[in-house]
Design a protein around this ligand. Structure first.
Ligand code: CIR
Length: 256
């Protein structure tokens, strides 16, 4: 169960956030703010306390607070983002995590290792880590070194089709996984009960499990029905403005 969630208000500069999908257009900032506020309210319905950090105009992608840190029940890890424009986001998140973790339980990924939290999927004490354009083998090795003393296993999952591991796969607890694209056939996920998402709804692979409920992005009826069929109560949030800069439900929060 999660107790805490950390989010960060989108900054005006988000309209210049990194995107591989310019064809989707520029985010509407006012709409993004409203969607973010609704996201916070939805999280509160899942029984967590939500820490809302102020916007940081220095970093266009800083609302995607999942990437500069990994939070576990054992420790926190400050990452080393592979995207140059996102590296500085780590300095702001560390003091926030110090309010929740003792200093000796906060670790760091350092150069030449790179790693972004969007590539890390926690399944119990196993952490699957996407080896992506943002996360390299050395970053994954360092994460393994940090987490193994806590009895955790780190498994690298090479990926080529999407930005981050969790762009295309989500663990919904109880052995259930939603997979899209290349993640439908990865040997690493062989033992899970996989629900495969059709290509036209692949964006909705990025939903989140929060204390038994699943938050699904608005506008993906097949995925919503599949999650309901698995027996989860579903909450829906519109993330259309974040999608334009390759972000989704998981990217917008740290949950622990
Ligand atoms: C980026 O490219 O870094 C942002 N525009 C999107 C980050 C999405 N984060 C995530 O999937 N965890």
């Amino acid at each position: 169960m999660f107790q805490h969630v950390i989010v960060k208000i989108p900054c005006k500069a988000m309209i210049n956030g990194i995107t591989d999908h310019p064809e989707l257009g520029t985010p509407d900032y006012e709409k993004a703010l409203a969607q973010h506020a609704a996201y916070v309210e939805t999280l509160k319905q899942c029984g967590v306390d939500v820490t809302v950090l102020p916007a940081d105009e220095a970093y266009p992608d800083s609302c995607f607070v999942e990437d500069p840190a990994i939070v576990t029940k054992y420790c926190a890890v400050i990452t080393n983002p592979g995207a140059p424009s996102r590296k500085g986001e780590t300095a702001a998140i560390e003091p926030v995590l110090e309010q929740f973790y003792p200093k000796d339980k906060i670790f760091h990924i350092t150069d030449p290792g790179t790693l972004e939290g969007g590539d890390v999927m926690m399944c119990g004490d196993t952490f699957y880590v996407g080896q992506s354009a943002r996360t390299n083998a050395e970053g994954i090795r360092q994460l393994g070194e940090i987490l193994s003393p806590f009895g955790c296993k780190v498994v690298a999952v090479p990926l080529t089709e999407v930005l981050h591991l969790k762009t295309g796969v989500v663990y919904l607890e109880n052995n259930n996984m939603l997979t899209a694209g290349e993640f439908c056939t990865k040997p690493a996920f062989e033992s899970y009960h996989k629900v495969k998402i059709p290509a036209e709804e692949a964006y909705a692979a990025n939903c989140i499990w929060v204390n038994g409920k699943v938050i699904v992005p608005a506008g993906y009826p097949t995925v919503q029905a599949a999650v309901e069929a698995l027996g989860y109560p579903v909450l829906v949030c519109d993330t259309s403005e974040f999608r334009k800069i390759d972000g989704g439900l998981s990217c917008l929060s740290l949950r622990f």
